[in-house]
Design a protein around this ligand. Structure first.
Ligand SMILES: Cc1cc2nc3c(=O)[nH]c(=O)nc-3n(C[C@H](O)[C@H](O)[C@H](O)COP(=O)(O)OP(=O)(O)OC[C@H]3O[C@@H](n4cnc5c(N)ncnc54)[C@H](O)[C@@H]3O)c2cc1C
Length: 403
């Protein structure tokens, strides 16, 4: 098999397929390599995304992909104090990640992108200052390819970018996470996500319950130092509120994966090379939400790939515009969210209790409802920044609930 392509995209996650769509639609020859035999599987994501984020991407999802919509979030402190916020209309939704990934791949395919499954890309030996191709392992058969541009969308396990001399994400800011499907959830409001803080089961992150319309739910948590499997069992069996809600539940699936929380990597381009999505740690440091941010950066990368092919230029100087553009869009927010994450990581459970007290005392839910746009643009953050207690409290709640 001989594979010839202008743009090789490594990984058919949401970021890879979305960049393929924009690169292919203006005529570039685009091939996406995915190591698994099926797109979207295995999935390891809670699929909780902001409706506003999807709208800004111009993504209208078929109803079959959207499992539920939410207009409310309920937060529980380590000692189970409660804080909740309710919006007049839905602000987030839960998507089925397997179907979302397949949907994005189908649209990219319809624009001409080719998908090669069961095809694992490996770096070739590095040549001086230039991405000089990849080895593709197609079920044991090796094929060398030399595309003009490589887009690395491998997710958190990325190896290729290191070969390009780029610095990977900050290992110190990674949480080990688990996502599980559960049947028979009780006593949850169907239009509300639940967020639980507590170092015992989710040090350096939080646990969540995301109900679906059919009485099942997706639950999960992240932990810096703990064992995610044991933390999940502790949360399900011992948490004084959550265990009651899950008393009739059985796990129907459990997957483990890590989430990078250290903010984007310092450089995301090289000669003939771009990095997008989790591989570039384009993930919200507070919530671990990476779908919308990854798609946003993937769209920029795909369009730039198309202009590279059109103009026949693949130099790092040309590709720098990718980094300029994604930074213009998300750098400020990412910086703020990283500060909020660092602040959250320093809080003991006792301090977290005080944050809950403050949120209720300040009636923070009323300010949150005023803000409406939960993606938090620069303008909104600056407005809230005028009230430091409100901002600190907000960091704990809002950033943790809405991805
Ligand atoms: C437990 C958990 C819950 C989460 N919940 C949410 C949430 O609710 N909302 C949200 O927005 N985000 C969430 N995230 C984060 C979200 O899942 C990621 O940000 C998102 O999947 C990143 O997309 P991506 O396309 O960059 O990478 P991925 O989705 O990881 O896709 C990478 C793809 O590349 C393939 N691949 C990797 N290496 C190679 C190779 N060498 N050759 C060929 N193929 C390769 C992989 O098989 C995979 O298909 C969660 C993450 C975890 C772990």
């Amino acid at each position: 098999m001989t594979i010839e392509t202008d743009v090789a995209i490594i990984g058919a996650g949401p970021s890879g397929s979305f960049s393929a769509l924009f690169a292919a639609e203006s005529g570039a020859k685009v091939t996406v390599f995915e190591e698994h035999p099926t797109i979207g599987s295995p999935t390891h994501c809670a699929g909780h995304v902001s409706l506003n984020g999807l709208k800004q991407l111009g993504l209208e999802l078929p109803s079959s992909i959207v499992e539920n919509t939410f207009r409310s979030a309920v937060f529980f402190s380590p000692s189970c104090k409660r804080f909740s916020v309710r919006f007049p209309s839905p602000v987030t939704c839960a998507v089925n990640r397997r179907l979302l990934d397949q949907h994005l791949a189908n649209i990219a395919s319809s624009k001409g992108a080719q998908f090669l499954l069961s095809s694992r890309a490996k770096p070739t030996a590095k040549r001086q200052n230039r991405a000089k191709g990849l080895l593709i392992d197609v079920q044991g058969e090796m094929e060398k390819i030399t595309p003009s541009l490589i887009i690395d969308a491998e997710g958190i396990s990325s190896i290729i970018l290191k070969n390009e001399g780029l610095k990977p994400f900050n290992d110190m800011m990674v949480v080990k996470a688990v996502s599980a499907e559960l049947d028979g959830i009780c006593d949850v409001e169907n239009d509300s996500v639940e967020v639980y803080f507590g170092r015992e089961f989710a040090d350096g992150f939080y646990a969540w319950i995301i109900p679906k319309r059919d009485g099942t739910a997706r639950i999960g948590l992240g932990t810096r130092d703990g064992n995610p499997k044991q933390c999940l069992e502790r949360f399900k069996n011992d948490h004084s509120i959550a265990r009651y809600k899950m008393r009739k539940s059985r796990f129907t699936s459990i997957t483990y994966h890590s989430i990078p929380l250290g903010g984007p990597i310092p450089k995301t381009y090289a000669n003939g090379f771009l990095v997008i999505g989790d591989a570039a740690s384009q993930v919200k440091p507070t919530t671990g939400g990476g779908v919308v941010k990854g798609l946003l950066c993937a769209k920029i990368a795909g369009k730039i790939a198309a202009s590279c092919v059109k103009e026949g230029v693949f130099s790092d100087k040309f590709l720098e515009r990718y980094e300029d553009q994604w930074k213009q869009n998300i750098k400020f927010d990412m910086r703020m969210l990283l500060s909020a994450r660092k602040l959250l990581n320093r809080l003991s459970d006792r301090e977290m209790e005080r944050v809950f007290d403050m949120a209720n005392k300040l009636r923070l839910q009323e300010s949150l409802i005023q803000v409406k746009n939960l993606d938090f643009s620069k303008k909104e953050l600056i407005r809230l920044g005028k009230s430091p207690p409100a901002l600190a409290t907000l960091a704990c709640f809002l950033f943790s609930a809405f991805t």
